[in-house]
Design a protein around this ligand. Structure first.
Ligand code: ADP
Ligand code: ZN
Ligand code: ZN
Length: 731
């Protein structure tokens, strides 16, 4: 029995706390690393995790409090996830307690006794005397019908709550045990397709790649049959009795993938999506942990699901920004999934038609194996690009005459058309015609978006909403005019341009209600000619067999982004949108409307394709030492007073120049402190300090030193600061 327990809590502090263990007895298990404990912390009770034990302490032993209790009898996190949590906390310089707690479902982060009720109950073979406890007697008799053992499902069918069993357990008339993981067996419910040579090569290779770590990038044009490759690789894994984790950017946006999984396999599929309640999430977590599902599909955080006998991880649309958590624990789901696969000695597959430059760089370095799928599967031909130069073109509804004619022809032919405009709302702003002022958010350095349904001015950065002005707050003029095009406005205008054609608008506003996206998609699939108008949601993995024309209405918005990833993101959006066209036997056309028709990014994409663009972009990143060829970290600070945020980062910049750190800062590039792109958001002034280093290890060591100094700095406590390692967005 150790004398002291080292415990971490989710306090945001990079610190361990020392407590005394409980006195050992029959009913109290010995503490182990990883066990959840309840402790008194300040004036409240908190949940903590034991991360270490020792027999000596530097604290005053008399002041160390005992833990209140152990919340579980064994560690909840399996070793693989515990390791991953430790690693991620260190890599992302995130407080260990917060990182490890993040791996648990929210319900298990509360200081309550174990709520895991997924147990097997076994009845003792006795005939107790209940005396006058008639209710208990009745319950006992009901349980006899389930004898000798039962599980939660059976209990539910009898309308019995697990809590009702407590008295029996206390008297030891009933014992509990964790169910054993079930075995996995392939259950195909649909014949797999015959693969083409490119597909077959990947599946065959993966089948031989079991039991060792390897990372595979399936770089396949949209519609080239990546999903079919996943399904067949999964079948091989199931056949070997192992389970699969499939990560997707957003499940709600890709109901088709789930449908295809369920059509192909009779195996148990568990979907972890944002619509689950905390309670459902906890249940799902347990089911996975107990091996009650064979295929786990989920978004970023599903990567932390405990899965016994995990045999393969697949990351669909691996380039998607949604894999990076943008606040709090700013981890990258793809990178952690790769780490998890490496620890588990299993293969991992990343798939995309527009791979991230990170993954392509890993292919060049020989770390990933690349599989090119160059042809559309099932007879569909690759789409043709057309660039429409908006200069000197008459436009209606943000649509040039040329595009309008093309749309008209496709509708005549009975086809469907997809139009992408990446701005929701009616208009990006409301402008005064007398003084030129636009409606500014009172809390942000940003315009408020004008919405019509319902009418309001809405800041998309802080969610501030207010009634639409009737006159200009600056000059009182009534001459207010919507400025620019949003999806609501374009929808209205499209409806009058094509009065006999249904227009489906798909953006966050029209899909907020549960099931509304599915309903619209079903109508599109069942229906005849129509116009699909939407934001980038539309570019995400949907399969629209009848769409023959996909157009990007405004490619310019992201062309001049100040973020170095701007061109990459634009290229991905363009290619993904274009990929929605002509996925079946009718050839498709992808149209790009732009005022920059001769821009090199667009030209390269259209003439040579995404991979040529990516190679050129990588070369230019290399020249400037930018990721993925150099490494980057970004310190953010925000405060109500602009000076405070800057003062802290200036102090930090001085630390960087400390001669004792010179061995780490040679070849370091530092930019800032500088204002974030949006210098004020939700009333906070935001500043940032950007660090770039060719050597990841050195940068890590430097960041560790800087975080330790920040923790000690009294000024840092009053200011919200955070560190983003491998940032995906610069501000
Ligand atoms: P991706 O995931 O690359 O977009 P999918 O797997 O969705 O591609 O395939 C696109 C279409 O082609 C689907 O309708 C799919 O059923 C079909 N398909 C895929 N592979 C084959 C194949 N080998 N033979 C015939 N059809 C295929
Ligand atoms: Zn005005
Ligand atoms: Zn705002």
């Amino acid at each position: 029995m150790p004398k002291y327990l080292h415990i971490v809590l989710a306090t945001g502090l990079r610190q361990e706390f020392t407590y005394l263990p409980l006195t050992a007895s029959d009913s109290v298990p010995a503490p182990t690393i990883g066990l959840r404990v309840r402790v008194a912390f300040g004036r409240s009770e908190r949940v903590g995790l034991i991360v270490g034990m020792s027999d000596a302490t530097t604290f005053d032993a008399n002041k160390i409090k005992p833990v209140i209790d152990y919340l579980d009898s064994t560690n909840l996190l399996p070793p693989a996830l515990w390791q991953l949590g430790l690693w991620a906390a260190e890599y992302y310089q995130y407080p260990l307690g917060d990182a490890l707690m993040h791996l648990l479902p929210a319900k298990l982060r509360q200081a309550k006794p174990n709520q895991l009720v997924q147990l097997n109950w076994t009845l003792a073979d006795i005939d107790p005397d209940f005396g006058r406890a008639h209710k208990q007697q009745a319950l006992w008799q009901q349980l006899q019908g389930l004898a000798p053992a039962f599980n939660l499902d059976q209990l539910k069918k009898q309308n019995i709550k697990p809590s009702q069993l407590k008295p029996f357990i206390e008297k030891q008339w009933l014992s509990t045990s964790q169910p054993q993981p079930q075995t996995v067996r392939l259950q195909l419910s649909q014949q797999p397709l015959d693969l083409n040579a490119e597909q077959a090569a990947v599946v065959a290779h993966l089948a031989s790649a079991h039991h060792s770590f390897s990372c595979h990038l399936i770089n396949g044009v949209t519609g080239s049959g990546k999903t079919e490759v996943y399904l067949q690789a999964m079948a091989d894994v199931l056949e070997k009795g192992q389970r699969i984790l499939l990560l997707v950017p957003e499940i709600g946006l890709t109901p088709q993938l789930l449908q295809r999984l369920e059509a192909r396999f009779n195996n148990r599929v568990l979907a972890l999506h944002s619509g689950l309640t905390e309670h459902q999430r906890l249940n799902a977590w347990q089911q996975a942990n107990l091996g009650q599902a064979d295929i786990i599909i989920g978004t970023r955080s599903a990567l932390f699901t405990p899965i016994p006998k995990l045999g393969l991880i697949i990351i669909d649309e691996e380039h998607d920004q949604a894999y990076k958590q943008q606040e709090g624990f700013r981890y990258h789901g793809r990178d952690l999934a790769i780490k998890r696969a490496a620890d588990a000695h299993i293969p991992i597959v990343l798939g995309s038609a527009t791979p991230s430059l990170e993954s392509l760089a890993n292919v060049s370095r020989g770390r990933f194996q690349q599989w090119l799928l160059t042809q559309r599967a099932g007879g569909a031909s690759n789409q043709r690009y057309e660039v429409i130069d908006l200069r000197n073109q008459p436009q209606q509804a943000g649509i040039s005459q040329q595009l309008k004619d093309m749309v008209g022809i496709q509708l005549e032919l009975g086809h469907q058309v997809l139009l992408m405009l990446n701005r929701r709302g009616f208009a990006p702003s409301l402008q005064c015609q007398s003084c030129g002022q636009t409606a500014q958010c009172p809390a942000c350095d940003a315009n408020m978006t004008l919405h019509r349904r319902p009418p309001r001015l809405h800041c998309h950065h802080c969610e501030h909403q207010q009634p639409v002005y009737l006159h200009c707050p600056q000059c009182n003029s009534h001459q207010l005019k919507p400025l620019g095009q949003g999806t609501e406005r374009t929808e209205e205008q499209l409806q009058s341009l094509f009065p006999n054609t249904p227009v489906y608008r798909i953006d966050r506003d029209t899909t907020r209600n549960k099931g509304s996206l599915e309903t619209m998609l079903a109508q599109v699939h069942a229906g005849g000619p129509c116009l699909l108008l939407g934001t980038q949601m539309l570019a995400k993995g949907h399969h629209f067999p009848k769409v023959t024309l996909a157009a990007i209405l405004d490619a310019d918005a992201s062309l001049f982004s100040s973020d170095f990833r701007g061109p990459e993101k634009l290229a991905q959006l363009l290619v993904q949108t274009a990929g929605r066209a002509g996925r079946e036997n009718i050839p498709g056309t992808a149209v790009i409307q732009t005022y920059q028709a001769d821009h090199p990014t667009i030209d390269l994409l259209v003439t040579k394709g995404y991979n040529a663009f990516a190679q050129q972009e990588l070369a230019s990143r290399q020249q400037s030492g930018l990721p993925p060829l150099g490494h980057m970290a970004l310190f953010h600070a925000q405060a109500k007073d602009a000076n405070h945020a800057f003062t802290l980062l200036h102090w930090l910049a001085q630390q960087v120049q400390d001669p004792t750190l010179a061995h780490l800062t040679r070849s370091l590039l530092m930019f800032g402190p500088m204002p974030a792109f949006m210098a004020r958001r939700a009333h906070f002034y935001r500043a940032q300090l950007q660090l770039q280093h060719p050597n990841r290890k050195r940068l890590q060591q430097l960041l560790q030193q800087l975080c330790a100094r920040l923790d000690q700095h009294p000024g840092a406590r009053k200011i919200r600061w955070s560190l983003d390692i491998d940032p995906q967005e610069l501000g």
